[in-house]
Design a protein around this ligand. Structure first.
Ligand code: ZN
Length: 407
């Protein structure tokens, strides 16, 4: 039985415009049609005076794990089962914030994300549709490792599953990670901000290693996302053919032009530095971590503006998990402050991110055949309201409704 959702205003992310008086017709979990409200002979959910957008997509989350914390030793104090249960509220909070799809880009303990994805798909726990990375592919001591321990302490194998040393070895890491259920591969191309001892700007993988990883992943229909802060690491990753650059803190003009030429997507977490600055000391972040956060924040926003100007494909990636899940909608306003229009920011967090994942045939727009995933905020289009959406539908099911809608 088809049902319909009445939308006073609807953000058409394909046409980059706001349409009025639209009806989204849903059958089962999919959209049948979206068009002018010309009357519909069936059950109608009238959302009232709202602005509707497709369900939001975050290209960069870390749903697995116990609450955000700057202390990596915490990772070793929880079992895999504890981490899995702790990720349940993370998944729920993400969904209730309107993020109906996420690309989850890594867990320190390998493959807990695969189990979470499967539990959500099976209906055991509420959460977003997930594409997962399984484990970080990283050099020993690099940005994807648990670092900061004494040199004679050996971290358990499941925390080093993606540790790689050579071109041949990286192919094997990619294969094994895919065989264990990952939907994509996450490479750590440079040092990381929060990993003690690593240098965010320094390259950690060679172009040959990354090219081998991209090729190996492609044989299994998988994309590669590259964590890269420094310009050199970004350029190597782009030339190697990765699908997206994550973070891109020190993106220079040459790197921006290279990304535009290669069609590489940008997934830049430009909001949460503000959150670390405000709450970091009380969260247990140490002086080195706070200093690196300050150094990278402004550079990253400047790089984002360069990318927008260069015509790079802009996706939405927040790094939720570094900060509490469900707050990432705040980044939309930051993206508007740094060069996008409100509609472009929503397009980044829907259609463009879906394209980056290769999932635009099922999510990212309200076109026929897509999952009936949509969000609504009261009144006119105001990007700041998307930090706390009032209504969420996933697969035709209302999972949040603070509008007190009438049907
Ligand atoms: Zn991350």
């Amino acid at each position: 039985m088809a049902r319909a959702v009445r939308c006073a205003r609807l953000v058409d992310v394909v046409g980059e415009r706001v349409l009025t008086d639209q009806l989204v017709v849903v059958e089962g979990d999919r959209i049948v049609s979206t068009g002018p409200d010309a009357g519909f002979d069936g059950e109608v959910l009238d959302l009232g005076d709202v602005t509707v957008a497709p369900g939001l997509i975050d290209l960069h989350t870390h749903l697995v794990g116990v609450a955000a914390c700057g202390d990596y030793a915490q990772e070793l104090k929880h079992s895999a089962a504890r981490q899995a249960f702790a990720s349940i509220p993370n998944a729920r909070d993400t969904l209730l914030a309107g993020f109906t799809t996420v690309r989850d880009v890594g867990t320190f303990r390998a493959f807990v994300d695969v189990s979470l994805r499967d539990a959500i798909e099976a209906g055991h726990v509420p959460g977003p549709r997930m594409a997962v990375a399984g484990a970080y592919v990283t050099v020993r001591g690099g940005g994807g490792m648990l670092t900061g321990f004494a040199h004679d302490v050996e971290v358990p194998k499941e925390f080093r599953f993606g540790e790689t040393r050579s071109v041949d070895d990286i192919r094997e890491r990619v294969r094994e990670i895919v065989f264990h259920g990952a939907d994509l591969i996450k490479l750590i191309a440079t040092g990381a901000v929060l990993a003690n001892g690593t240098v965010p700007g320094a390259p950690e993988l060679t172009e040959a290693q990354m090219r081998a990883a991209v090729e190996e992943a492609s044989w299994y229909g998988r994309h590669v996302a590259a964590h890269a802060h420094g310009a050199e690491g970004i350029k190597r990753a782009v030339r190697a053919g990765v699908r997206s650059i994550e973070h891109a803190c020190f993106l220079d003009d040459e790197a921006a032009e290279l990304m535009a030429a290669h069609g590489t997507y940008l997934s830049a977490d430009i909001w949460w530095a503000d959150w670390i600055r405000e709450t970091g000391p009380s969260q247990g972040y140490d002086a080195e971590q706070l200093r690196k956060n300050d150094e990278t924040a402004e550079a990253q926003r400047e790089g984002f503006r360069k990318a927008v100007r260069a015509g790079v494909k802009i996706g939405f990636g927040s790094d939720a998990g570094g900060f509490p899940h469900g707050l990432q909608g705040r980044q939309l306003a930051t993206m508007v402050e740094h060069g996008l229009t409100p509609i472009q920011a929503l397009k980044a967090a829907t259609l463009t991110s879906a394209e980056c994942m290769g999932w635009d045939d099922r999510v990212g727009s309200l076109s026929p055949g897509r999952y009936a995933d949509l969000v609504a905020v009261p009144g006119d289009l105001d990007i700041t309201k998307f930090a706390d959406v009032a209504f969420v539908m996933k697969g035709g099911e209302v999972v949040k409704d603070t509008l007190r809608t009438t049907s």
